[in-house]
Design a protein around this ligand. Structure first.
Ligand SMILES: *Cc1c(COP(=O)(O)O)cnc(C)c1O
Length: 379
């Protein structure tokens, strides 16, 4: 139906869901056990194997994973955490919830919109406890220099890998912990959901306990008669993943590699077509950088009125977005923290436009987006 419509909407992002997901959900209902059980455990194992780590801990969002991460390392009042301002607001919110202070660090440059190592080094104080990296757009940060910086100053190193599910063998290995998201618009989805990888075995154990109220025995153990009572070892949360979501995750993770490959192919097409435009549209990052190609960010030429470009694209039935308004400009953070100026972040955020990218797009869709953008920039 879409293919014959005159001007089908090209969506910014769209989950890939179908019959296998429906069947998986029905199977959970038929089995009758609907929260943390065998499917969650299997999903954790497969996710861990895919990323080349021993274990992964399933939770109900990446925000929960990040919060759990800060909890197991006792990040709290008096602590500072270095974090980019160019990220989704949850990355900073969890630091505030922990009672710690987010210290926003500028990005390297508009063409390498990752937290700057040099700028981070300059913001380290005796109160700094951790660095939170964000693999913006799914583009992998080179972790080795960050590990060295963290070790030199005795800091923890965390990864917000919400954009980067499926970047095998790269994430959660050099850092102390990494958090992934399965929200609807991410590279794979469980509607809501997340995963935490923790390097240290004891901290990992603590994360499992904190995930479910700090209790010693799980509901499943008790239902099976494996545990009579329970104790509470820690003041925990309810961050559990349920079996319905794990069932979705088990189906989705089978396709993740193929989907990420499609995203990369579409990104390459964008790069090629955008290079032919007369207007100077820059694409961040080198084409060779490892990526899960979560989004398609571009930088509009200086002096472009982004709002009218976005309006024009909407009229051409093409959805666009901005990733992200910088966190340090949000009212809450302006009032909470001292004024900071992050010139590279601000330049990037003023010029950035996110173009549609998801595995159901076709190369022809990409060409239509680029043509529309070219038309918009000429007028
Ligand atoms: C989506 C996202 C999150 C939050 O993920 P949820 O699973 O929705 O909690 C955190 N950080 C970044 C960078 C994100 O894009």
């Amino acid at each position: 139906m879409h293919a014959t419509a005159p001007n089908p909407v090209i969506e910014l992002a769209a989950p890939c869901l179908g019959e296998p997901e429906k069947r998986a959900l029905c199977a959970v209902i038929d089995d009758g056990w609907i929260t943390m059980g065998e499917r969650v455990r299997r999903f954790e194992q497969i996710f861990a194997e895919l990323h080349g780590v021993d274990e992964a801990i399933a939770v109900n969002s990446a925000t929960a994973a990040l919060q759990l991460c800060l909890s197991i390392f006792d990040i709290g009042p008096g602590d500072e955490v270095l974090v980019p301002s160019l990220t989704f607001v949850a990355t900073a919110n969890v630091i505030v919830h922990a009672g710690a202070t987010p210290v926003f660090v500028d990005i390297e440059s508009p063409t390498v919109p990752h937290i700057s190592l040099r700028a981070a080094d300059a913001r380290i104080t005796p109160r700094t406890r951790a660095i939170m990296l964000v693999h913006y757009g799914g583009y992998l940060i080179d972790l080795q220099p960050w590990r060295e910086l963290a070790d030199r100053h005795g800091l923890l190193l965390f990864e917000d890998a919400a954009h980067a599910a499926g970047l095998a063998g790269a994430i959660g290995i050099a850092s102390d912990a990494a958090a992934f998201s399965f929200f609807t618009n991410k590279n794979m989805t469980t509607a809501e959901g997340g995963m935490l990888i923790v390097r240290d075995e004891q901290r990992r154990q603590r994360a499992r306990i904190l995930r479910t109220h700090g209790m010693t025995a799980t509901t499943l153990d008790r239902a099976r008669g494996n545990a009579v009572g329970y104790d509470v070892l820690d003041c925990g949360f309810n961050f559990r993943m349920d079996e319905l979501r794990a069932a979705l995750g088990l189906v989705q993770i089978e396709r993740l590699g193929e989907w990420n490959e499609s995203r990369r192919a579409l990104t390459n097409r964008y790069r090629r077509e955008l290079a032919h435009l007369t207007a100077e549209v820059a694409v961040p990052f080198d084409a060779g950088r490892p990526t899960s190609a979560h989004i398609m960010p571009v930088l509009l030429p200086p002096q472009t009125d982004r709002r009218s470009v976005m309006q024009g694209m909407r009229e051409a039935a093409i959805q666009t977005s901005v990733h992200y308004p910088p966190i340090h400009h949000f009212q809450f953070y302006r009032q909470k923290l001292p004024v900071t100026s992050l010139p590279q972040t601000e330049r990037f955020c003023e010029a950035e436009l996110t173009l549609p990218l998801h595995p159901r797009l076709t190369l022809a869709d990409v060409d239509r987006v680029v043509t529309a953008l070219g038309d918009m920039l000429r007028t």
